[in-house]
Design a binder for this molecule. Sequence first.
Ligand code: CDP
Length: 253
Amino acid sequence: MARRKKIYEGKAKILYEGPEPGTYVQYFKDDATAFNAQKKATIEGKGVLNNRLSEFFMTGLTNIGIPNHFIRRLNMREQLIRQVEIIPLEVIVRNFAAGTMAKRLGMEEGTPLPRPIVEFSYKNDALGDPLVPEEYILAFGWASQQDMDDIVSIALRVNDFLAGVMHGVGIKLIDFKIEIGRIWDGDFMRLIVADEISPDSCRLWDMKTNRKLDKDVFRRDLGDLAEAYTEVARRLGVMQSAPVNIGKPKLIN
Ligand code: CDP
């Protein structure tokens, strides 16, 4: 018999029914995919790192008053989250040109942008998450004008927070993606940050060397992904770099 009901299985996470109404359990897998799942691998330890890192970032957001889906971590790979109605958009914030933006505009990766740029992709794997203008989002009713204003404001606040935290540990926040969900309180609707915030969904470069500490390590075969994520976790102080040596039991005189 299944341990509990599986609600949804994605590329890097599984959602299970939660212990209370209105909750889910989010399980972080070790699977990594890139280029719309054309490239796949299992990277031991990635799920544990992302569970811990997403907890760290979401808790930080809660502490500065940015509502999000995180309730509490349950174990090494699972966290309890609020059930939301996901808006089918990937909300991307960019501080420096990279990835598809650099390619589209012929810019060198790492070029600073005049100001943070927020853009939206339509969340649809079959279509490869195409970039969409706000006009489409409004016309197709994926979100209202008020939602879009709130989403941009949330995205920029998350950017300020993440960029600051990363700067403090010698990392440049190049860009990142968040997803936004709706929660209902009777007729009253609120937008909150959902999904995950981890090096799977950010571009993080070491400030001094520009070494990549994010999923590009996997996308571009630049080395050991788990090692790069561990470095981020270590700098943020959220994970021991080596097992703690508690030593042998000692007799107390
Ligand atoms: O990552 P890629 O080059 O395909 O696309 P991008 O538009 O340059 O990605 C901008 C940022 O959003 C990067 O930090 C990506 O890791 C993240 N992203 C994501 O997490 N999931 C997606 N489906 C697309 C982008």
